[in-house]
Write a protein that binds this ligand. Structure first.
Ligand code: ADP
Length: 259
């Protein structure tokens, strides 16, 4: 799969919706939401008009990551109007629709209804819609993929074996739904000790690139395990919006995506 997804779309006669790119992972906690946010910001900095739908119903983190906590989207003719984050990225999350912690108790149909509302929100003016999927390969993911047919998917994994096995399952899920996997990203590879500067590899290194190669998928890049990324993310200041090496790492991945 080559990544010209966003680069050269022929102008459509009818106004068409944004190109949907799903970001998935086999496991939770590997940095899928962090990557989604920072790719969105990096794409916006490269001139794309970007939106994010946070479909991670049971652990929505985009309100924090994109600094829109406590905001509620307005609606026009029953259609939701996405929120404007301070980083030039529009966003909608289940976390914007309910009080913190409430969605956890939702049954499938309610969650499904909220996801449809977010996907069918007024995304006019947005070229690329990144979809932050829940981790794993369950019903929500399958429904989202089948119903909204992303143009492509990015799979995030950390380099340890257990995460990789699950990442492979995520890749299979997309393949079954005939959604091309644009490529894989290795997160939390290589930790620079803030005291001595020595690089260590708590989860190993390079395994995601080898996995991508074995599966015949493009490797999109590597983000180190970096305290600054965690701190900035928790503070709602995406590192991709800054000017450090972290921003460069995310920008490089955005470029490979076709920014
Ligand atoms: P997921 O969406 O896969 O569950 P998150 O994006 O929520 O994972 O990340 C889980 C935690 O790890 C968060 O606290 C986040 O700030 C942190 N994190 C993600 N990527 C990195 C990284 N490269 N370096 C340091 N911390 C990271």
């Amino acid at each position: 799969v080559r990544v010209a997804l966003m680069a050269d779309r022929a102008p459509a006669a009818e106004p068409s919706g944004p190109v949907i790119v799903a970001v998935g992972s086999g496991k939770g906690g590997v940095g899928k939401s962090t990557l989604t946010t920072n790719l969105a910001v990096a794409l916006a900095r490269a001139g794309r008009r970007v939106g994010v739908v946070d479909a991670d119903i049971y652990g929505p983190s985009q309100p924090t990551l994109l600094h829109t906590q406590g905001q509620r989207p307005k609606a026009r003719d029953k259609q939701l109007i996405p929120l404007d984050s301070p980083y030039g990225v529009k966003v909608l999350s289940v976390g914007h629709l309910v009080d913190p912690g409430k969605a956890v108790a939702w049954r499938g149909p309610m969650a499904g209804g909220a996801l449809v509302q977010m996907m069918e929100a007024d995304w006019s003016g947005v070229d690329v819609l990144l979809l932050d999927l829940p981790p794993g390969t369950g019903d929500v993911q399958i429904t989202m993929i089948q119903k909204h047919k992303p143009a492509g998917a990015v799979i995030v994994s950390t380099p340890q074996d257990l995460a990789l096995i699950d990442a492979r399952r995520a890749a299979e899920l997309f393949a079954q739904a005939q959604v091309p996997v644009i490529g894989m990203v290795e997160n939390m590879a290589g930790y620079a000790c803030p005291h001595c500067g020595e690089i260590s590899d708590p989860f190993g290194r390079g395994a995601v690139e080898s996995e991508a190669e074995a599966e015949g998928l493009p490797f999109l890049g590597r983000i180190p395990l970096d305290l600054a990324i965690r701190q900035a993310s928790d503070a709602g200041e995406p590192p991709a919006a800054g000017d450090g090496p972290q921003a460069e790492a995310f920008a490089a991945i955005a470029t490979r995506l076709g920014a």
